[in-house]
Ligand binder design. Structure first.
Ligand code: SF4
Length: 238
């Protein structure tokens, strides 16, 4: 798929999302929020659902939680335009309540199609509902900051899922801000490992990916840090 074809496919999905009435959330939304970002990226961030500001603007993560997500990306040298950002449900649950299982199920085809088009090596889940969509049964308190093979039909099994708390959680529980910052430092390493895992499990596809230009920049080196097993990933995208 060429970059133009990929962008066109994502635009088509976004148009369908904006007109979707497959669950009750369409009744109370202002604007649906399909998601946005780099269609050629290797990393997709998946949150839970739009909030007040996202519902008004039709864009994901534009409020205070979005500002923190942008800050988190910046800590590893990435911008929002380097990745793709979306949610498990594309319409705001009233009063920011949790999305219901039937709403997540109704919206899953949109997410599945987006992921099929982008074909990311790594999906970063933000919050427990996103985590549960990709790794059913996993508990956020136990798996945050770690990567695992995808376990749902939303991704091919050679894809990798990295779990994080939702950035909004840090707005309510200050201690989680440090946790999110610490977990974010492991995301570039998880991407390196995800690429290697793809190479091992899907050699033909990985060879094609390896020949493709870098889609996210190298994270910055950490002054004074000791060499470690992850050090080689600093030049992966140079
Ligand atoms: S949340 Fe998803 S399934 Fe429900 S109406 Fe919005 S786009 Fe459609």
């Amino acid at each position: 798929m060429t970059p133009d074809e990929r962008q066109g496919a994502l635009d088509s999905i976004a148009a369908e999302v904006r007109g979707c009435n497959a669950c009750r959330l369409h009744e109370t939304r202002t604007l649906a929020v399909p998601g946005e970002g780099n269609p050629e990226t290797e990393v997709v961030f998946v949150g839970e659902g739009p909030g007040f500001n996202e519902d008004r603007q039709g864009r994901p993560f534009v409020g205070a939680a979005g500002a923190f997500l942008t800050e988190l990306l910046g800590t590893v040298g990435w911008n929002r335009s380097d990745v793709f950002i979306t949610n498990v449900v594309k319409c705001r649950p009233p009063e920011n309540r949790d999305p219901e299982p039937d709403e997540i199920a109704a919206c899953a085809p949109h997410l599945r199609r987006q992921l099929s088009v982008i074909d990311p090596a790594l999906v970063v889940t933000l919050g427990r509902h996103s985590l549960g969509t990709f790794l059913p049964g996993a508990r956020i308190g136990q798996v945050h900051g770690t990567a695992r093979p995808a376990e749902s039909g939303l991704l091919p099994p050679e894809s990798t899922v990295f779990a994080m708390y939702h950035p909004a959680a840090a707005l309510h529980q200050g201690a989680l801000r440090r946790t999110l910052l610490d977990d974010m430092t492991a995301v570039p390493v998880a991407l390196r490992d995800a690429r290697e895992r793809r190479t091992a499990t899907a050699p033909a596809a990985a060879a094609t990916a390896a020949a493709a230009p870098a889609t996210v920049p190298a994270p910055p080196s950490v002054p004074g840090s000791d060499p470690d097993p992850a050090a080689d990933q600093l030049t992966l995208f140079a």
